[in-house]
Design a protein. Structure first.
Length: 194
């Protein structure tokens, strides 16, 4: 009985450790935001989404694929902040942009050294020489990015911007990651209406 309990505890601890390792190895979405200095965001209570007008923006395939999700998730988060949609006379305009860029990362293998040393009272002489390692490795990957901008309707001044980026792999669940990125970005929007 005692042995079975010990085995069960070890299996449970091992399972927790494996889960933590797998969680630590999964790609993460990194978010940040910045408010324009001197702007009082509390006076902005209504908003609308910018309509893409230029042909370059309209042809962006990655925006088209996830535009509906981005707007829906953003509307949900803005409602939690107390904002309301007003397409006729909004206080602020929100716009977004997405990008997928090719990136390169470099890493270097550790160097293995062999050395010889001689010592005695008050002195030490030695030397070493690298014998292996030190090779540079290039890794190509893609990074997905999402940017959300908030503008004043009348002055067209940029009020706030949020951005998120993530290394994209075949395991990436884009819809889930967009939702997480938007939630985290709007948590950083420094306003909460009653």
């Amino acid at each position: 009985m005692k042995q079975e309990t010990s085995n069960a505890i070890l299996i449970s601890i091992g399972g927790v450790i494996i889960c933590l390792i797998l969680y630590a190895c999964t790609p993460s979405v990194y978010t940040s935001s910045k408010k324009t200095k001197g702007v009082d965001l509390n006076k902005y209570k209504t908003y609308a989404w910018a309509k893409p007008g230029d042909p370059e923006h309209a042809s962006k395939q990655d925006d088209k694929l996830f535009a509906g999700s981005i707007v829906k998730f953003s509307n949900d988060e803005l409602a939690k902040k107390g904002f309301t949609i007003d397409e006729e006379n909004p206080d602020a305009i929100f716009a977004f942009d997405t990008r997928v860029e090719d990136k390169v990362a470099y890493s270097q293998a550790p160097t293995v050294n062999v050395g010889v040393g001689f010592g005695g009272p008050g002195y030490y002489v030695g030397g070493y020489a690298p014998v292996a390692g030190g090779q540079m490795t290039q890794t190509n990957y893609q990074e997905g990015m999402l940017f959300i901008y908030m503008y004043d309707t009348k002055t067209e001044q940029l009020l706030w911007r949020g951005w998120a980026h993530e290394k994209v792999t075949y395991k990436t669940n884009v819809s889930e990651d967009i939702q997480k990125a938007i939630r985290d970005m709007f948590m950083r929007l420094p306003v909460k209406h009653k």
